[in-house]
Write a protein that binds this ligand. Structure first.
Ligand code: GLC
Ligand code: MG
Length: 599
């Protein structure tokens, strides 16, 4: 028959199509994915991340220390403000020398924070609300009270080389001294002698935080096991701690570690900044380890399905190093290496030109097709409102939410919380305790770790204990969630409307950008996308009221009048009103988001 051949092809085609539809065969899935990718970003690319410092978020059992049940009871708040995913500082078993960053058992929950069941409850409540939970992964070191360390101390089989041990060397008088001049982050030598083993071990942080030896494959494998263990518990990914210090230079041919040259940055010989630290930070091997962790996470997803599990990396490092964390053309790395530029660059001064520098440094160095992100605070820095100036609270929150990519909030930034006042007697941070009464304020991180301010009541609604682990910041009666929710306008309300805008605006999610520091300390950012509203962020970073012509100084394509969408708390301009872009006067710290037709 004439049609036989043709109809056979037809039948084959139908069968093939049905199979494709059922199994999602490779060819079909790939083309779908490519199509979908162009339109829709993956969840983390436009996400609003929120850092919880568990010790200070909500106490449920009256011991003055925040805990997991406390967090669970406040998940609704995160949902209400519009957060996508929360990352939790460490919740694992720890002697709490560095408040959880000294982990004694990576597979267990710290008892004062709760139990594994409490954690499961947290995950399931979060999932029910559509919130993702990300854990802190602290791969560089363990507590010196961990079983691993105890075994290593005794040279037990399999654990001999779990840490970085060394005999040290002899000085001119034949006295034993540490292997090198390396300094720890919290002042003093990075080497600690142990009688039991007759050797020194390396600790880039406190004495109680022993550096794991990443040149030992057993350690590498153990840490990957930890990643899989917590993925099995349903976490959406990890924030990875202190990544740049994972590897140190290898010993020379005589088995000795070279000394670090002096940096010339400070005369304080105990301060880590006294040395250059190129031998103990930002080593190439570290980058490969990040790629390996990404592989573990991608493999996990391939096997178990579900949403993308994300890798967020803590790197305070030069751009050339940090950008490699993203991966390259052949290998994937971190989804988001944290961008701390708005913290570090603006320490030189808070001004429009430093904002421009901070933004440039990221966007101009970021490899193609990667996602940017913006961070203005965390538990290691003074609070954003105190660092940038209270009058710039909204200007900064507006900035991180209108720049392209993901944005990150440290708990309390949405309220404009400021630093707590911590006396020498009250300070507990090892970075401060290892110094002295006269200089501790330069090092203490406690001011940004004071309890979260929920209400004007006892302990700001954080705890009903008679004493909280750190004192409350003095302003909690006037600055808290309750007050900000019930006032007509507040930092919190502005924050919420910013997240709403991010969620509804295709321009913010997918649009192009243009930005510039203008005369008189104005910073302008335009986001635009074909067929969608154009949005303009404009802020006065100066200390005086000034006027700007946005058309002439920033972008001739802007319309002469734009609509005011969101404004900072002190602004006297009315939302929804028409704003003259040719002559726009802004008070010190005032910031606006304007919208107009596509252009
Ligand atoms: C990271 C943490 C910090 C901690 C250090 C050591 O920098 O953010 O809080 O002290 O690592 O783990
Ligand atoms: Mg508690």
């Amino acid at each position: 028959m004439k049609f036989t051949k043709l109809s056979r092809y037809f039948v084959a085609f139908v069968v093939f199509s049905v199979l494709c539809a059922q199994s999602g065969c490779l060819a079909c899935t790939l083309s779908n994915r490519a199509g979908a990718q162009a339109e829709q970003k993956d969840w983390w690319q436009t996400a609003q991340f929120y850092q919880i410092y568990p010790r200070s978020f909500q106490d449920s059992d009256g011991d003055g220390i925040g805990d997991l049940k406390g967090i669970t009871s406040r998940l609704q708040y995160l949902k209400d403000i519009g957060v996508t995913a929360a990352w939790l500082s460490p919740i694992f078993k720890s002697p709490m020398v560095d408040f959880g960053y000294d982990i004694a058992d990576f597979y267990e929950i710290q008892a004062e924070y709760g139990t594994m069941d409490d954690f499961r409850e947290l995950i399931s409540k979060a999932n029910a609300l559509g919130l993702k939970i990300i854990l802190d992964f602290v791969p560089n070191h363990s507590s010196n009270e961990s079983e691993w360390f105890k075994k290593s101390l005794k040279r037990e089989r399999g654990y001999e080389d779990y840490y970085v041990w060394h005999d040290g060397k002899l000085d001119e008088d034949g006295k034993r001294i540490p292997p090198s001049n390396w300094l720890q982050a919290f002042r003093g030598s990075a080497w600690e002698w142990r009688e039991e083993r007759q050797q020194y071990y390396l600790h880039q942080f406190a004495v109680q935080q022993a550096d794991l030896n990443y040149r030992n494959p057993a350690v590498v494998e153990q840490m990957k096991r930890i990643i899989r263990f917590w993925l099995d518990q349903g976490v959406a990914g990890f924030r990875v701690d202190a990544v740049p210090v994972l590897f140190e230079v290898e010993p020379d041919e005589n088995g000795q570690y070279p000394d670090e040259p002096v940096s010339g940055n400070t005369d304080d010989k105990d301060d880590r900044a006294y040395l250059k630290n190129d031998l103990i930070e930002n080593r190439p091997e570290t980058i490969d380890m990040v790629y390996q962790w990404r592989q573990v996470m991608d493999d996990y997803q391939r096997i178990h399905g579900g949403d993308t599990r994300v890798l967020l990396i803590e790197t305070y490092a030069p751009a050339a190093y940090t950008m490699q964390m993203y991966g390259n053309r052949t290998v994937e790395g971190a989804h988001l290496p944290f961008n701390f530029n708005l913290i570090t660059v603006l320490k030189q001064g808070v001004s429009a030109s430093y904002v421009q520098l901070a933004v440039d440094e990221w966007l101009k160095n970021m490899p193609a097709r990667r996602t940017a992100n913006w961070v203005i605070g965390n538990h290691d820095q003074r609070r954003a409102a105190s660092r940038y100036g209270v009058q710039r609270t909204d200007a900064m929150n507006m900035l991180v939410m209108t720049l392209p990519g993901a944005s990150v909030t440290y708990q309390g930034e949405e309220l404009g919380m400021i630093d707590g006042e911590i006396s020498w007697e009250d300070t507990v941070d090892p970075a401060a305790c290892n110094s002295n009464k006269d200089i501790y304020e330069n090092f203490t991180r406690d001011p940004s770790r004071t309890p979260f301010q929920w209400t004007a009541g006892t302990n700001a609604g954080f705890s009903n204990a008679s004493k909280t682990w750190l004192p409350l910041a003095p302003d909690y009666q006037t600055l808290n969630v309750d007050v900000e929710n019930s006032s007509a306008n507040s930092h919190l309300k502005i924050y919420k409307s910013l997240i709403e805008l991010r969620k509804s605006s295709k321009t913010l999610q997918d649009g192009s950008y243009k930005y510039k520091a203008l005369e008189n300390n104005f910073f302008a950012l335009k986001r635009y996308l074909t067929g969608e509203d154009t949005l303009v962020y404009i802020a006065n970073f100066g200390n005086d009221t000034s006027t700007v012509d946005l058309q002439q100084d920033f972008d001739v394509l802007l319309p002469a009048a734009m609509t005011l969408t969101i404004s900072s708390l002190d602004s006297t301009k009315t939302s929804g009103s028409e704003i003259n872009t040719k002559s726009l006067s802004l008070a010190a710290g005032e910031a606006l988001i304007l919208s107009g037709p596509a252009n």
